[in-house]
Design a protein around this ligand. Structure first.
Ligand SMILES: [Zn+2]
Length: 477
C-alpha cells in the first residue's frame, strides 16, 4: 500500500495552543483523512518541542521542575488536538529517548561527512525566537517580533558547514520546482540561499536543558537543530524500517520558519546522506486586527471558545474557506458570522432541510440515496484534486457551486407546483436527484468537514427519510 507521511511543526509548550496552531493541524487533518480514504497508509505526525530555553523560563516562572512542566504542557497540547479531532498518528515529544538517539545518530553522520566544526560564536540570540540574529535582523537593537533586546552571546559553538550546500540546494530547487511551495516562499528561499546563507551554530555551550552534543557533554544541541530531526525520529530513524516512511510527503509549516525547513533542514539531510522531502508547504498567517497572533500581544484566539460557540466544523470551514492556504488573512468574527449564516446555515443547511422536508411531506421513497450521479462524481473528483494541491478554499468552493446547482434544480422544478398537479413521479425524480446530490456533498466533505459529512450520511440513508429534527447549522443573529 502506498504511504503518505505528513507532518506539522512541533510547538513550543511555553504557552497554550491558539488558533494559528490549530490552523496547521486542521489542514494536516484534511490531507490525512483524504489520503486514508484513498486507501493510502497514512502517518500524520504532530507534537511538541520541549528542549527550548523558553520552556525553562516558563517553568521557572511557575516554580516547577522543567521536566514536570513540559509533561503537563504536553498533555495540554495533546488534549487541544484531541478536542479538535485532529487525527494524528503520532504525538511527538522531543524529550523522548528515541529522539535523543536519532539526534545523536544524525550528528554523527554529519560529523563523519566532515560538516561539523568547533568555532567561536559572538552575536545576538533572541530566546523568544530561539534564533541567532544578525545585526540587520534587529530594529533599533530589538527583535522585531518580540520587541525585546536579544542576548549577546560569546561562546564556543559547534557549527554546521551549511555554506557547503549552496549549489546542491539550488540544484534541488531547480530540479524540483514544486518542492517548496507556495512560490512566495520558494522565491524568498532562493534569494536567501544564494545571497545570505552562512554556516550556522548548532550547539549552545553550558546550557543544562536540552539534548547533549555527542562526545561533548558541556554542549546542548541547538533546539532548532534537534527539533527538525523529529521528522526523522518518528519514522524510526536510524533503525531499519525508517525508509518505509522517509522521505516525507509533505511538511506543513508556517511561513515564519521557512529558513529552517527549506534551507537548513534539506542541507542537514544532504549532509547525513538522506533523501530530501517531496514537498514543504508554508502557509500564511492569521492576523487579528492586523497583528500577528501572540500571547504577549494578548490577541490569541482560543479555538475551543469558537468551537463551543459554533462547532469544530464551522471553525474548519471558516479557516479553510476564508484564507487560501499559503496566503495571509485577517481573522474577523464578523466574517465568520457572515459565512456561517450565508454559506452554512442558508446554503448547505437550508438545502438539506428543505429537501428532506419535501421528501417527508410528499412521502417519496428514495430508492438508492447514495447512488452518485455523473455530475456528483465529477464534483467529488475536483474537490479531491484541490485538496491534493492544498487548495482547500477551492475544494470548498466547488462543493458550494454544487449546492447552488441543487437549489436551482429544486427552484426550477418546483415540487410544490408538481404536487398541486398530482405529478408524483416527477416529484420523486426531482427529489431523488437532489437527495443523491446531497449524499455526494456528504462524501465530498468527508475530509474537510467530517462531522457534517457524517450527519449528512445518516440523514440520507435513514428509512424513511425525514426532515432533520434540528438544522445542520442553525442561524445565528
Ligand atoms: Zn524574537
Amino acid at each position: 500500500m502506498a504511504k503518505y507521511f505528513l507532518t506539522t511543526p512541533i510547538y513550543y509548550v511555553n504557552a497554550s495552543p491558539h488558533i494559528g496552531h490549530m490552523y496547521t493541524g486542521i489542514a494536516a487533518d484534511v490531507l490525512a483523512r483524504h489520503y486514508r480514504a484513498q486507501g493510502r497508509d497514512v502517518l500524520l505526525s504532530t507534537g511538541v518541542d520541549e528542549n527550548s530555553q523558553k520552556n525553562v523560563e516558563a517553568a521557572e516562572k511557575q516554580h516547577m521542575p522543567v521536566q514536570q512542566y513540559v509533561d503537563a504542557m504536553a498533555d495540554t497540547w495533546k488534549k487541544a488536538f484531541d478536542d479538535m479531532d485532529i487525527t494524528y498518528d503520532t504525538f511527538f515529544r522531543t524529550t523522548s529517548e528515541e529522539h535523543k538517539s536519532a539526534v545523536q545518530a544524525m550528528i554523527a553522520a554529519m560529523q563523519a561527512k566532515g560538516d561539523i566544526y568547533l568555532g567561536d560564536y559572538t552575536g545576538y540570540y533572541c530566546v523568544g525566537c530561539e534564533e541567532f540574529k544578525a545585526e540587520k535582523d534587529l530594529i533599533e537593537g530589538k527583535c522585531p517580533t518580540h520587541k525585546t533586546e536579544p542576548n549577546i552571546i560569546k561562546e564556543k559553538n559547534y557549527f554546521f558547514k551549511l555554506s557547503n550546500y549552496r549549489d546542491h540546494l539550488l540544484k534541488w530547487y531547480e530540479d524540483f520546482p514544486n518542492a517548496v511551495q507556495p512560490t512566495s516562499a520558494r522565491n524568498k528561499m532562493l534569494s536567501y540561499i544564494t545571497d545570505e546563507m552562512e554556516d550556522i551554530s548548532i550547539s549552545r555551550q553550558s546550557q543544562a536543558w536540552g539534548i547533549r552534543f555527542p562526545k561533548d557533554e558541556e554542549h546542548a544541541v541547538y533546539v532548532w537543530f534537534d527539533a527538525l530531526i523529529n521528522y526523522l525520529t518518528v519514522t524510526g530513524y536510524p533503525n531499519n524500517g525508517y525508509e518505509k516512511w522517509w522521505p516525507v510527503d509533505v511538511h506543513l509549516i508556517g511561513k515564519d520558519i521557512i529558513k529552517f525547513h527549506c534551507a537548513i533542514w534539506p542541507a542537514m539531510l544532504l549532509s547525513a546522506g538522506l533523501d530530501l522531502p517531496n514537498t514543504i508547504f508554508a502557509h500564511g498567517f492569521f492576523t487579528v486586527n492586523g497583528e500577528k497572533i501572540s500571547k504577549s500581544l494578548g490577541n490569541a484566539i482560543d479555538p475551543m471558545q469558537l468551537v463551543q460557540q459554533y462547532s469544530k466544523d464551522v471553525l474548519r470551514y471558516y479557516v479553510l474557506r476564508e484564507i487560501p492556504f499559503g496566503s495571509d488573512g485577517d481573522f474577523s468574527f464578523d466574517r465568520l458570522r457572515q459565512r456561517y449564516n450565508g454559506e452554512l446555515a442558508n446554503g448547505l443547511g437550508n438545502l438539506v432541510s428543505r429537501t428532506l422536508a419535501m421528501v417527508e411531506k410528499y412521502q417519496v421513497v428514495i430508492e438508492n440515496p447514495e447512488e452518485i450521479s455523473q455530475q456528483g462524481q465529477e464534483m467529488i473528483k475536483k474537490v479531491g484534486g484541490y485538496i491534493e494541491k492544498f487548495s482547500f478554499d477551492k475544494a470548498l468552493a466547488e462543493v458550494w457551486i454544487f449546492i447552488a446547482h441543487l437549489d436551482d434544480v429544486i427552484d426550477s422544478a418546483k415540487p410544490w407546483e408538481l404536487a398541486k398537479e398530482g405529478k408524483t413521479e416527477d416529484i420523486a425524480r426531482v427529489l431523488t436527484e437532489v437527495v443523491q446530490g446531497i449524499a455526494a456533498i456528504g462524501k465530498a466533505l468527508h475530509a474537510l468537514l467530517p462531522d457534517t459529512s457524517q450527519s449528512i450520511r445518516e440523514l440520507v440513508v435513514a428509512q424513511p427519510i425525514k426532515k432533520p429534527s434540528q438544522p445542520l447549522f442553525a442561524r445565528k443573529d
